[in-house]
Structures are given as C-alpha cells and as structure tokens.
Design a protein around this ligand. Structure first.
Ligand code: BTN
Length: 264
C-alpha cells in the first residue's frame, strides 16, 4: 500500500486524513483503541490506520479476522460523534451502505449486505465491519470503525476462515488497486458518517434494505444467551434492529452479539 497515492486521491476532499500504514500490527482496531486519546470534536484530520498484515485481526462476536500480505484491505478509523451511544445503534449498518456504494462505483454490483453488516457475494463473505464505541454514555462518543475486505485470498487463508468466503479477484476476475479503493472508501465514509450524524440510520434505511441479501428470507438468529429464534426477515428498523416474522408474531432484535444464518 502506498500512502502518497492514497492521500493524493483524497486531496480534493474537505476532510484530511492522518494516515499511518503498518507493515505488521496486531489489529488496526486494537491499535486505535490502545492509543486512543479523546480528541476535540474536530473532523479536520481523521486518524486512519491501515495494515499489510494483522497478526490478531478481530471480528464481531469474538471471532478472528484472517488475512495475509496482499490479501485484502484491513484498516480502521476514528470518528467522533457528539451523540451518546444510544443514537449510534444503526452506525455499523450505515457503514455497510458506504462500502456497497463504493463497490458499485467500481462496477462490483452483485455484493450485498447481511444484517447487521457482513458483505456477501453469493452467500460467501467478502468483508466485514467491526465498530467499537468509547466515550461517555451521553456523548461525545468515539467510534473505532474497522473494515476488512478480501481482495485476493490464498487457499490456506480460505481454509482458515470458518465460513464460505470470497474475494474481489474471484468476483470480478480483475486485480483491484487497494490504494485507489481505500481513497474512494475514505471519502464515501466521511460522506456517510456526516449524514449519519445529522439524520441517523433512518436516512440510509431504504437503501440498506435494498441491499439486504436475506430480505424476505427464512433465517435463524443466534442470540447471546445461546438461544436462537427462527423467522422470516421482514425489515430493519430506524435504529438498525432487525424485524422478523416468527411463529409468535413480529419481533425485533437489536444490533449486538447476534449472528444470522439462512434457515435450512
Ligand atoms: C466481522 O466480519 O466480524 C468484522 C471483521 C472486521 C475486520 C477488520 S480488519 C481491520 C479491523 N481490525 C480488526 O482487528 N478488525 C477490523
């Protein structure tokens, strides 16, 4: 990855990025969490950490994120919100919208989202989002937003991933320049996050639903207390929770440590 190239492509933006690229790091999210200092609510320069290799890449629900040199894009940024955590429940879903928009701008049209925020192609995982919040309950809040996207996975990495996975090369047959893609993504993230701050997730809700791979499908949700619930996906709500039609009626489930699978 090339810092000058990335910053050159973002140079016309209102935002500037304090970008550091590490050859090797445990996790870009962990780095920002560990070196985090509450900064003034100043969006002039957005801290971004990208890594060629993460030795302890983390995913949602305590999972690992597997990648190796050149296999993808792994980066994190910090965004400051005036609001408290209660207003940010749909944040990770809105970030999914930003990524889909950029993929479509790069003519990758068949990638969809799986609630809350997996990137899927043909039911195989292309990427994921890990949002970790810090700050005061009533705000300001600091969101550490980590994104992993597979560009070209080797067979050993694919077999280390405990679910069906894919990458941009497999989908498009082309090698995508990670620098150009990251620049476009940083710009779209700033646009999306600025709109999210003002309007919340409801601004993105209809677009999110249009990208949902499992809309109207029968699914099983695995809940944190080891129980599960089955139903048909009805919608997502303005707070990012998912609404299922179950045998006992319509029920909503909040974004949290929940995973979802298509029902057998
Ligand atoms: C998931 O699918 O569960 C979320 C995966 C998020 C992975 C990214 S890679 C960059 C950042 N650093 C991490 O340790 N995780 C996120």
């Amino acid at each position: 990855m090339n810092k000058d190239k990335i910053l050159q492509f973002t140079s016309n933006s209102l935002f500037t990025f304090d970008l550091k690229i590490f050859n090797i790091i445990d996790s870009t999210n962990s780095f920002l969490l560990n070196n985090f200092e509450p900064l003034p609510l100043n969006k002039d320069s957005i801290p971004v950490i990208a890594a060629e290799i993460q030795t302890k890449g983390r995913g949602r629900i305590g999972r690992s994120w597997h990648s190796e040199l050149g296999s993808g894009l792994t980066f994190s940024l910090i965004w400051h919100f005036r609001e408290g955590v209660a207003k940010l429940t749909g944040l990770s879903l809105a970030i999914g919208v930003a990524i889909i928009r950029v993929l479509r701008a790069f003519a990758v049209n068949q990638v969809n989202l799986k609630w809350p925020n997996d990137l899927l192609y043909d039911d195989c995982k292309l990427g994921g989002i890990l949002v970790e919040l810090r700050g005061k309950i009533s705000g300001p809040t600091y969101a550490i937003i980590g994104i992993g996207i597979n560009f070209n996975l080797s067979l050993p990495i694919k077999s280390a991933i405990h679910q069906n996975s894919t990458d941009l090369f497999q989908i498009t047959g082309r090698y995508q320049d990670r620098n150009v893609f990251l620049s476009a993504l940083l710009l779209e993230l700033c646009n999306t996050l600025s709109n999210f701050e003002v309007y919340g997730f409801s601004y993105f809700r209809a677009e999110w639903i249009s990208y949902h791979a499992y809309h109207g499908k029968s699914v099983t949700l695995f809940l944190p207390n080891n129980s599960f619930v089955s139903g048909r996906v009805d919608s997502v709500n303005a707070d990012g929770s998912i609404c299922l039609l179950t045998s006992s009626g319509r029920h909503s489930y909040s974004v949290g440590d929940i995973s979802m699978r298509l029902a057998d």
